[in-house]
Ligand binder design. Structure first.
Ligand code: FMN
Length: 183
């Protein structure tokens, strides 16, 4: 698959990074927002170079004159993980003022798969309304909520579950979590 991943400045950048690690074998382009770069340093031990090695191509969020900013460049899916409320709300309103929001606008107009992993709590009615508008357009809203019934032992289990759910949505097989065995 040809996949574009956006990592924004919401907390939980490890989700986007682990997603990249699990998309090996696919053609993955990455866009990092300016705030995402800061959060990655703050929350993880990954260096930008480590992340660069996980993808085919990396873009700055400031770039607009690049191939993926155009609807003529085909891709199978856009995943923004984690997605800030700012980026989510811009996409819902059709604002395309950076590469991540531009690629999202392109994906929506071209009817391509878009998965957003919004991280915030609690959620304001503004954000809930924007999520609803996006869901009506076919966007998958996939918040990083743990499956408590799978009894995660640590944060890694939680992250694996969320990444697994993203891969499920893409139709990509994985062994990141065991399904509920029933009582
Ligand atoms: C430590 C830290 C954690 C943050 N966590 C979140 C978050 O979980 N969700 C969110 O919407 N914004 C969060 N923000 C704020 C965003 O980084 C900010 O709104 C930024 O403008 C988002 O821009 P971007 O979507 O282009 O990265 C956080 C900021 C900092 C410094």
């Amino acid at each position: 698959m040809k996949i574009i991943v956006g990592i924004t400045g919401a907390s939980g950048s490890i989700i986007g990074i682990k997603l990249l690690e699990n998309l090996k074998g696919h053609e993955v382009s990455l866009i990092l927002s300016e705030n995402a770069k800061k959060i990655i340093v703050y929350e993880t031990s990954y260096k930008e170079e480590d992340i660069r090695n996980l993808v085919s191509k990396i873009y700055s969020n400031k770039e607009m004159d690049v191939d993926i900013a155009s609807g003529t460049t085909k891709f199978d899916a856009l995943i923004i993980a984690p997605c800030s409320m700012s980026t989510l709300s811009k996409i819902a309103c059709g604002i395309a003022d950076n590469l991540i929001t531009r690629v999202a606008a392109v994906a929506l107009k071209e009817g391509r798969k878009v998965i957003l992993v919004p991280r915030e709590t609690p959620l304001s009615s503004i954000v809930l309304r924007n999520m609803y508008e996006l869901a009506k357009l076919g966007v998958v809203i996939l918040p990083p909520i743990p499956a408590f019934y799978l009894k995660p032992k640590n944060l890694e289990d939680v992250v694996n579950y969320i990444v697994g759910k993203i891969l499920d949505t893409l139709g990509i097989g994985h062994r990141l979590y065991e399904s509920y065995p029933g009582q």
